[in-house]
Design a binder for this molecule. Structure first.
Ligand SMILES: C[S@@+](CC[C@H](N)C(=O)[O-])C[C@H]1O[C@@H](n2cnc3c(N)ncnc32)[C@H](O)[C@@H]1O
Length: 339
């Protein structure tokens, strides 16, 4: 059975990415699907698009949203207590007794903005600031809610030095594995703008709920950092335009202003672009890079799939040589700095 098999693979990924609760619930869901229980009936309905992207994360998100909005109090309290047995009973009861409530959001895209990715990204921004000696103009592609453009509002603690405002409600700790952290010196950010095909507004209740919906509830540090970043967002504008990455960078890179380093960056976005668009995207950057000067440099900072999970790569023009800065996990943990 295809869906049960996909559910088991998803459960393994949740385990690997540090959510024993979702690993457990999704593994039980796989058994229920295989046994043609209530979750089978819910998910095999064609309206649930069982074979489209990430069916189990859409299901868990749909249930989590009910918990976050007060419509599934048993599920909410079991999540708060970290009680997997109670959470499973609550999820099963929702599927059996209130399938229409679960279906409301079952087809919504899994939309995240992972603040923990700022661990490696911030190291990359500091590296660019140090190499160019200039303030940064940030242009983020696939920015979601734009929370990672506000990286300088967050605190980074590596065990070998710290950076960022000590009082920040966003504290990234325990993410640095090896290599000398480049967290020193100052960085001035003079512009923050992004694009996304499905932007989320972090300054609205709807946007905040959407982002919290897809964070796995037993990952307390992710939830706390997301809530902290959402609290800071209204104070520092970082608008995200509804646009596809290729057309947007082509337009935004038409001019490279002097006196600043223009930094185009993205994290876990390339898998969503068809191959031809990835090539057009790289070509747009390369063409713009040919116009870069020491006073108007262009940096392309990419945190995408590579190595065991992710790689942080930097291409800096003039010059245009690509460098591997670090390897890291999908959520920004286990950073091994190699630059
Ligand atoms: C996995 S999320 C990553 C979001 C954010 N970069 C982060 O690291 O938290 C991928 C994002 O890429 C966006 N996306 C997908 N295709 C896109 C495209 N062609 N142009 C711009 N954004 C795109 C999605 O809407 C989504 O917000």
């Amino acid at each position: 059975m295809k869906l049960a098999k996909r559910a088991r693979v998803q459960a393994q990924w949740c385990e690997r990415l540090g959510s024993p609760l979702y690993a457990d619930l999704i593994a039980r869901a796989a058994d229920d699907i295989a046994a043609e229980g209530p979750l089978h009936a819910l998910l095999m309905d064609p309206s649930a698009h069982p074979l489209k992207d990430l069916p189990m994360l859409r299901l868990m998100g749909s249930a989590h949203r009910l918990a976050l909005t007060g419509r599934a109090p048993e599920l909410a309290s079991s999540y708060a207590a970290g009680d997997a047995d109670a959470a499973w009973q609550a999820l099963l009861a929702l599927a059996r007794d209130r399938p229409d409530d679960l279906r409301e959001r079952l087809n919504a895209p899994v939309q995240t903005n992972e603040v923990m990715r700022c661990g490696p990204l911030a190291a990359g921004f500091l590296f660019v600031a140090r190499e160019t000696g200039l303030p940064l103009r940030l242009l983020e592609v696939g920015a979601s809610a734009g929370l990672n453009m506000r990286f300088d509002l967050y605190r980074y603690e590596t065990g070998r030095g710290a950076w960022g405002p000590p009082e920040s409600p966003v504290r990234l700790t325990g993410f640095w594995k090896d290599g000398d952290p480049p967290y020193d010196g100052d960085v001035a950010v003079i512009e923050r703008r992004g694009c996304d095909v499905e932007p989320v507004d972090p300054c609205t209740e709807e946007g905040r709920i959407t982002l919290l919906t897809y964070v796995w509830p037993d990952q307390r540090d992710r939830v706390a950092n997301l809530r902290g970043a959402l609290a800071l967002a209204p104070g520092v504008p970082a608008p995200v335009e509804r646009a596809g990455g290729v057309e947007w960078v082509e337009r935004e890179l038409a001019a490279l202003p002097a006196g600043a380093a223009t930094v185009v960056f993205h994290s876990i976005v390339m898998p969503y672009l068809p191959h031809e668009e990835q090539q057009a995207f790289a070509a747009a950057l390369t063409h713009a890079g040919e116009r870069a000067t020491a006073d108007a440099p262009l940096a392309w900072l990419s945190m995408e799939h590579g190595g065991e999970e992710c790689e942080l790569r930097l291409t800096l023009w003039p010059g245009g040589e690509q460098r591997l800065l670090a390897s890291c996990g999908f959520h920004g943990r286990n950073v091994v700095w190699v630059a």
